[in-house]
Ligand binder design. Structure first.
Ligand SMILES: CC(C)(COP(=O)(O)OP(=O)(O)OC[C@H]1O[C@@H](n2cnc3c(N)ncnc32)[C@H](O)[C@@H]1OP(=O)(O)O)[C@@H](O)C(=O)NCCC(=O)NCCS
Length: 326
């Protein structure tokens, strides 16, 4: 039984922080940020908005688009987040309660690829008969864990959330492949400590987002290339079969490198990082919904997702779009 996406909803906070706003308190400029990253502005959650609140709004958007019925039969909730409200209770359990679902729920922490990791788990559980439908959410308030004195990271991140219902779709549609990977030897390159002071390799951890940008950049370009090609091959397709590429929205130069290796035109690539920056686990569902609303996705199109991030981790997936669902 094929499993695909049946419904989609997203949310970004109203408050906009532009590059010019950042240049007022950081030694940076719109010119530097735009040429190095492609980002022009990002959204910032209100003081009293956290990952749960953004996730809730994304699910409300999903329900507004698809009706209450979209949540019927959802018996599993997975929330991918790198900035949870609490160690426990998990965000997914709070969402289960908010929407009155009879469902299992857990959070998943796997860097920016967390939403694809969560999709893979949801698809696997539906295929195995462990779940009927799953609500898979990516929700981030990275601006709350940003070091606002560090210009090399503060300019990159934004807040947002995306939610999707994963469930059975007709033959010929649905997820065709997943590629998931992790390499903890690079863990120090992108970290934020919690209880421990150091990583196993002795690295003293920061209590805000710390990143070695150059190292992550090189890693990202490498895995975006290998993971996408592997996902296409596993799906039994060729590069030329991919209709739309929906990459993690971290940096335009990284997206461009992947686009070139895949031999795609810009019209086949979804880019919205200039508006939202890097929203981590939420970046792909937000980009996907924009493409859908913009009429860029048709029934039967083969879509390619790819992401990379803290861990270090990476993930890619190929999905044949079912137009009768979302
Ligand atoms: C962060 C990133 C944009 C930096 O770009 P870069 O071209 O690698 O730049 P460097 O880090 O080499 O820094 C070049 C110079 O710009 C400076 N710089 C860094 N951030 C700056 C900013 N916001 N404004 C102005 N100058 C800045 C550096 O201090 C450095 O100055 P120096 O040459 O005097 O030492 C880039 O490395 C990147 O995007 N990496 C991947 C990050 C990512 O996607 N992370 C998300 C993972 S999910």
């Amino acid at each position: 039984m094929p499993v695909g996406l049946l419904a989609l909803g997203t949310y970004v906070p109203d408050k906009v922080l532009t590059n010019e706003d950042l240049a007022r308190f950081l030694d940076t400029s719109d010119e530097w940020i735009t040429t190095r990253t492609g980002i022009k502005e990002r959204r910032v959650a209100e003081q009293n908005q956290f990952a749960y609140d953004l996730a809730e709004r994304a699910v409300l958007d999903l329900v507004a688009r698809h009706g209450e019925g979209a949540l019927a039969d959802v018996d599993l909730v997975i929330v991918a987040t790198n900035a949870p409200d609490a160690f426990f209770p998990n965000t997914a359990a709070l969402i289960q309660n908010r929407f009155g679902l009879k469902a299992a729920g857990y959070d998943l922490l796997a860097g920016c690829p967390g939403w694809i990791y969560a999709l893979a788990q949801a698809v696997g559980q539906v295929e195995a008969g462990l779940a009927r439908k799953a609500l898979v959410i990516g929700s981030e308030v990275l601006t709350k864990i940003t070091d606002w004195r560090d210009r090399s990271t503060a300019v990159l991140f934004g807040d947002g959330a995306g939610a999707a219902v994963v469930g059975p779709v007709p033959d010929g549609y649905g997820f065709r492949s997943f590629v998931l990977g992790a390499d903890g030897s690079g863990g120090a390159a992108l970290h934020m400590g919690a209880l421990a002071n150091t990583l196993p390799d002795g690295t003293r951890m920061s209590n805000k987002i710390f990143m070695n940008g150059r190292e992550v950049f090189k890693f990202a370009v490498r895995v975006m290339d290998t993971a996408t090609l592997e996902a296409i091959e596993k799906a039994g397709l060729e590069k030329a079969d991919i209709r739309l590429f929906v990459p993690h929205q971290a940096n335009l130069r990284i997206v461009d490198a992947a686009r070139e290796r895949l031999g795609l035109d810009w019209e086949q690539v979804v880019v919205n990082l200039h508006k939202y920056g890097n929203t981590s686990t939420a970046s792909i569902p937000i980009a996907l919904k924009e493409a859908l609303d913009g009429g860029r996705i048709r029934d039967g199109d083969h879509l390619l997702f790819v992401s990379f991030g803290a861990g270090l981790t990476w993930a890619a997936a190929v999905l044949t779009w079912y137009g009768g669902g979302a």
